[in-house]
Write a protein that binds this ligand. Structure first.
Ligand SMILES: [Zn+2]
Length: 279
């Protein structure tokens, strides 16, 4: 009511569920009530966020009066690129994991592919998070002869823990390794990397927290970018209609020898048998 503005970032299912069409077709002003936001510098939704359009609450009336002035037209910000809705993703052509492995990265440089598969295991040979620049999320490097962490573009920064999780996805005929970072990883694990590190401050890089492990066995539609240097990078995760509870999967497929892809990794897992108890 003080006419202050605040930018809220919605991501994951909360963003997809916003019914833009209804909002556009309603007579202005349109009141939107959002619950359970994470309040930081840039507020964003949590997994518990509910969004109500024009709820019938007593508080709505003063807002309607205040924001019915001629100057209060809806300003629409340009969309940087078209994001498919969950319904559109269901209809889009999906590739099998076998086909995904065979796609030529050069041909698919500017195209996202969709693949329905389940998460069969995680690899920790390269850790599961890194210290990133809070502005651009690139990995920080330690400045010579100091403890300072620097970003090539943004100089000295306080590191922000960022996800870099390697997961293996499978369908009945094949498997592939994907990289989970940023928002899709936060959406999948239901927590930001920083909050997860805060929760387990002494968790070593080779031990995956329960929040990550519990997604094993889940089936999703993965929106994947094929990068020549970095492999399969997940840009979005969409719900699949048939989702299994993770409890129905084998307890520790990650440590199952016959599933291990290469010997080097298997050895790494074999040296950490005590981690089994935590899964
Ligand atoms: Zn930076």
């Amino acid at each position: 009511m003080r006419r202050e503005e605040i930018k809220v970032t919605l991501w994951g299912d909360s963003a997809r569920k916003v019914d833009i069409e209804t909002i556009e077709n309603l007579p202005p002003p349109v009141l939107m009530v959002m619950t359970s936001l994470k309040v930081k510098k840039k507020p964003s939704n949590t997994n518990h966020t509910c969004i109500f359009i024009n709820p019938e609450i007593p508080q709505a009336e003063p807002y309607k009066i205040e924001f019915s002035k001629a100057t209060d037209n809806i300003k629409k910000l340009p969309t940087p690129y078209k994001q498919l809705t969950a319904a559109e993703v269901k209809k889009v052509d999906k590739t099998t994991v076998r086909k995904l492995n065979k796609l030529n990265p050069k041909e698919y440089k500017n195209q996202l592919v969709y693949c329905k598969a389940f998460i069969s295991r995680f690899s920790t040979h390269d850790g599961w998070w890194y210290e990133g620049c809070p502005q651009c999320y690139k990995q920080l490097t330690v400045k010579k002869n100091s403890d300072l962490q620097v970003c090539l573009d943004h100089s000295v920064q306080i590191p922000l823990p960022c996800y870099r999780v390697h997961a293996t996805i499978e369908d009945p005929n094949s498997e592939a390794t994907i990289k989970l970072r940023g928002k899709p990883a936060e959406q999948l694990f239901g927590i930001t990397c920083r909050d997860l590190i805060d929760r387990y401050p002494y968790a070593p890089q080779e031990t995956l927290p329960q929040e990550i492990l519990q997604t094993k066995g889940q089936i999703h539609i993965f929106q994947i970018q094929i990068n020549e240097a970095n492999g399969f990078i997940v840009k979005g995760i969409f719900p699949s209609t048939k989702n299994q509870p993770s409890a129905s999967t084998p307890a520790h497929p990650m440590y199952d020898k016959k599933r291990s892809v290469d010997k080097g990794r298997r050895q790494l897992f074999a040296t950490t048998p005590d981690k089994k108890a935590r899964t």
